[in-house]
Design a protein around this ligand. Sequence first.
Ligand SMILES: [Zn+2]
Length: 396
Amino acid sequence: MLSGARSTALDNRMKPKRQTANHNLIRRINRSLILHQLRTAAPQSRATLAERTGLTRSTVSSLADELIAANLIHETGVGPSRGGRRGTLLALNPQGGCAIGVEMTEDAVLVMLTDFVAQPRWQQGFTLKTTDPDAVIERTEALITEALRYNADHDAMRPLGIGLGIVGLVDAAAGVLKKATNLGWEGIPFRQRWEERFHLPVYIGNEASIATLGENYFGAAQGYSDFVYLKIARNAIGGGVFVNGALYHGTDGYAGEVGHMVIELGGPRCTCGRYGCWEAVLREALVFAANVVMLVEDAQQGDNEAQQVLERVIEVIAVGVANLINIFNPQMVVLGGEVGQLLAPMLPEIRRQVAPRTIIPEAQSVELVTSQITTNACALGAVALVLDDILGEPNH
Ligand SMILES: [Zn+2]
């Protein structure tokens, strides 16, 4: 475990510079360990924090003092006695800072302001009447300005950053929207533009990968370090992969394009130009189902035709999910998105069809669930993206 020893002035004089840098890094990582612990399970006493992080009691106490002084955590009361004296409980301080989450889809924009524990304080949005990028982005910027003004007037919390979840191909590392086909946008450097304008850190991610982070912060995958989230819509399947407690971005930030995994050689043509992609096969399976809600209802009431369509949909979903289980060996697969959510009654059947398609002996124990976040998933995920920089598991 990381050393919690504090160097004395004498030590620092005698040590080469590199070691001081290491010491600062260790201290930063230890601070993150404590914040991460308090995000996932609070309130906790200093003694419990020491146990769970593996840090010494004195290191935890000194870091807790520092975090209390920085307003990021606060004391919330007294815990049960554990043999010795009763310990004061610590939790994240909701007033520790505020975050702005922006959701941008082909239909609408939503801007949300939350406190440090992601409780919404203010939100406003608009539906798109035009997809002209300048018009949409300027209107969004006006809302961000309004959100920041609301915070300044009411809570005066320290703004921690702006998170943006957007449809399309996103270079997360560079903070650039590469291409959003449905909006007709290309090469928009959101991070540069907003950092210059708002003087705050800007984080950007693809809608589905951001919803994945949201699912880990607020939804079904809380406390899970390895899981796959799927956003299944009629026309597209997006996804995100959580590995070792963090979103997996890939070299260029494009990881998670699971919808274009080919599951049927020579299958139907996909919007990407190739054939047999997972989302193209699903689209074909649903082509005669005008409404997926009705489809599930009709099938449940014994309608033969609807049952056949649904059987094919279940098979298509099961094949893709099994492939992902074989590749990532996750603890959990979350089915989200408008279609994924509706498949809740079909989960036992999907599970039954996934198992024989995997080669992992424990695959049967992979939890398959539907998403718990049904509204504002992307805006909340964008907030999580901002907070994750401070509250995420260290070492990523
Ligand atoms: Zn494709």
